[in-house]
Design a binder for this molecule. Structure first.
Ligand code: ADP
Ligand code: MG
Length: 249
């Protein structure tokens, strides 16, 4: 039988900036194998929520539990070590390396092999990096300089780098931003497959409603920091309040 394991529990999470209640009393659960979408207009509080989950931002109130263990307010590195992954922008440093080296560096960092990193970074984790690149469909581009990648491929590389840290919970803040329509669909299908195969829990924000409706197992709608609706794609599409504040009628 399929067991519903609660990966993430959020209880009464709140954060203000001055008079602005960026996130106001937010509570939800996220199970293993789920792809939960957090949508809402600009300024709704989506990134603030993500930043509290990853430790980048301290909540004013509320609790975050990862498989029942409180992680509220822990430093980002601790939270990341406990298995909360997030896609990062590939930096200039990474652009100077090959595709495979980017993933190898992430694996090295995950396994804390500092000495080996200095000594022979290029040899370590070659097979593991290759397996991750195969997983995201980039095995044939392992030797390429990251700087020469098309934007969509760079996003797939970011995903491989995030997976190198062995996350149980993956947070994707607008994973398909800046991509062409065809690439967007392909990336979302890839994320869905990896979520299934690895038993991850995924929380993602996305402006592309087609991608949300096609892939989210559940959708939460945030407006001015508050959860105004939660449900399946069908339920969210039909919700009059959601149409008003977000889908524009
Ligand atoms: P979203 O990601 O949904 O667009 P944000 O979480 O970025 O929304 O922002 C929510 C609200 O909090 C907005 O009104 C925004 O201006 C405000 N906000 C976010 N971060 C900060 C900050 N560091 N300082 C001041 N106000 C902020
Ligand atoms: Mg945002």
């Amino acid at each position: 039988t399929a067991m519903m394991t609660t990966m993430l529990s959020v209880r009464g999470l709140a954060r203000s900036f001055g008079a602005i209640r960026a996130v106001d009393d937010l509570s939800f659960d996220l199970a293993r194998g789920e792809m939960l979408a957090l949508i809402g207009p600009n300024g709704a509080g989506k990134s603030t929520c993500f930043n509290m989950l990853t430790g980048q931002l301290r909540p004013d109130r509320g609790q975050v539990l990862l498989e029942g263990i409180p992680i509220t307010g822990l430093p980002p590195r601790r939270i990341w070590r406990l298995g909360v992954g997030r896609t990062f922008q590939v930096t200039a440093t990474y652009l100077s390396m090959t595709v495979a080296e980017n993933v190898q560096m992430a694996l090295i960092s995950h396994h804390r092999r500092l000495f080996n990193m200095i000594r022979r970074a290029h040899r370590l984790y070659r097979d593991e990096a290759r397996a991750l690149l195969d997983l995201v469909g980039m095995g044939d581009q392992a030797g390429r300089a990251a700087a020469t990648l098309a934007y969509g491929d760079l996003k797939r590389l970011e995903l491989a780098v995030a997976l190198a840290h062995g996350p149980r919970l993956l947070l994707l803040d607008e994973p398909t931003a800046g991509m062409a329509a065809g690439e967007r669909a392909a990336l979302m299908r890839l994320v869905a497959r990896i979520t299934r195969e690895r038993g991850l829990a995924v929380l993602f924000t996305e402006h592309d409603m087609e991608a949300v409706f096609a892939h989210a197992s559940r959708i939460m709608v945030l407006n001015r920091g508050r959860l105004i609706a939660e449900g399946t794609a069908g339920e969210i599409r039909a919700d009059p309040q959601v149409q008003e504040v977000y889908l524009g009628g």
